[in-house]
Design a protein around this ligand. Structure first.
Ligand SMILES: [Zn+2]
Length: 218
């Protein structure tokens, strides 16, 4: 079955973490992460409403391996809210690594949502921090704006894109992942696990070419 749907004024494009530290040369570079910048610039022009997320950690954040003596990046530890992967220091507030990629050009973006600013809690998702109970406020914002369908693109596919997508679904939004406008880190099979998890939820995928044509095909 072929279904063509137009992007309409209740849709929002959620652009996840297109920041220097997640791009080549950055502290937590996602392989080929920079490739998505021109892709996202292009598809963003199709959306009236765009929200950008920005990972925004205080120095010494609990998710940094450097905050735990004897620990290395990509190890997992137990914290109050469960398992937490330790990362290289990244996206520290006010540093160049936390800035958006200089070629990201979405001047009509309506909201920059910062996340990860609580020193003890990481926040992969744009909706909930990693304790799964602290809200970022995005769900309320989207509801008040009357935005009901969320298209997700950005970095990294298997962490912040995944959790944002799952939480958008959990919050009752229709959600579509533009997977070829994402790139993954792939820690211990996390890209494959993400595809499985999103498929199990029934989350739809669209290609950026389809979105660029204002329609998509299932
Ligand atoms: Zn982070």
């Amino acid at each position: 079955m072929t279904e063509h749907l137009s992007i309409h004024d209740r849709d929002v494009l959620l652009v996840v973490d297109i920041q220097n530290d997640f791009c080549p040369g950055g502290a937590l570079a996602v392989p080929r992460g920079g490739e998505v910048v021109p892709i996202i610039n292009r598809i963003a022009r199709r959306f009236e409403h765009v929200v950008l997320t920005q990972d925004w950690h205080p120095a010494g954040h609990r998710s940094f391996a450097s905050s735990h003596a004897g620990r290395n990046p990509y190890e997992t530890i137990e914290v109050a809210y469960g398992a937490q992967i330790l990362w290289p220091d990244h996206c520290v507030q006010g540093t160049p690594g936390a800035e958006f990629h200089k070629e990201l050009q979405i001047p009509h973006a309506e909201l920059v949502l910062r996340k990860g600013y609580h020193g003890d809690i990481d926040s992969y998702s744009a909706f909930y921090e990693n304790d799964r109970s602290t809200h970022t406020g995005l769900a309320g914002y989207l509801r008040e704006r009357g935005l009901g369908r969320v298209f997700v693109a950005g970095l990294a596919f298997d962490f912040c894109v995944r959790y944002s997508t799952e939480d958008a679904h959990r919050e009752g939004f229709e959600v579509v992942v533009i997977e070829d406008a994402c790139r993954g880190i792939d820690v211990a099979g996390s890209v494959a696990a993400t595809r499985q998890a999103l498929a199990a939820l029934g989350v739809r995928c669209a290609s950026c070419d389809a979105v660029a044509r204002w329609c998509w095909v299932v």
